[in-house]
Design a protein around this ligand. Sequence first.
Ligand SMILES: Cc1cc2nc3c(=O)[nH]c(=O)nc-3n(C[C@H](O)[C@H](O)[C@H](O)COP(=O)(O)O)c2cc1C
Length: 214
Amino acid sequence: MTALMHPVIRSGILLAVIALFGTALLAAVNDLTRERIIEQERQRTLSQLHQIIPTGNFNNDLLADTIEINAPEFFKHRDAITVYRARMDDRPVAALLTVTAPDGYNGDIRLLAGIAFDGTVLGVRIISHRETPGLGDPIELERSDWILGFTGKSLDNPDPPGWAVKKDGGKFDQFTGATISPRAVVRAVQNTLLYFAANRHSIFDESAKPGNAE
Ligand SMILES: Cc1cc2nc3c(=O)[nH]c(=O)nc-3n(C[C@H](O)[C@H](O)[C@H](O)COP(=O)(O)O)c2cc1C
């Protein structure tokens, strides 16, 4: 009997092949799932872009006129932020930013915040989150109209102390038994406004091509 034919070695080889196959299969399924989630988020963001800024308000190709920025000093998160730039006849109209709030109850809350060039919030939508159903998920428009409360607000409306949930002395409602999720979203929207106020000219700068904003 050759060494290879020894039953123990044969079983060992068989086990190794099965383990290798299993790992490869798992990696492939993982990749597919990740791609599907990314595509679903992309579709959701597209539909939300149009909810926030009606198509008649700009005439550039919003989806092609984007830049990527990193501003952890404002957002307390290292994720790249995509900025969609809306223009009318080349004049800046609004920026829509995909921002991550790092401090949800269950981690990151991704949202889309549309800010008009004058610093007024056009609208905010939640792209993705893992907040608890029935507690934190009223941040989603599908669950409640709480998120619509940001529309028309700006850095000085309400005044800075007002940019908090009511439990913290601010103007925004929290939910019954859930303060952490709305608090995280309020903070992220205020940070977006602060970032926008400090950078709105460079955001719309023609030389700010994809990948080199700031
Ligand atoms: C299982 C479980 C899930 C919870 N999920 C959330 C949530 O998704 N969002 C949230 O704001 N609070 C959630 N809470 C409640 C928070 O722990 C907290 O009590 C509440 O947000 C009030 O926060 P505050 O003490 O900072 O005001 C959850 C609590 C439990 C026990």
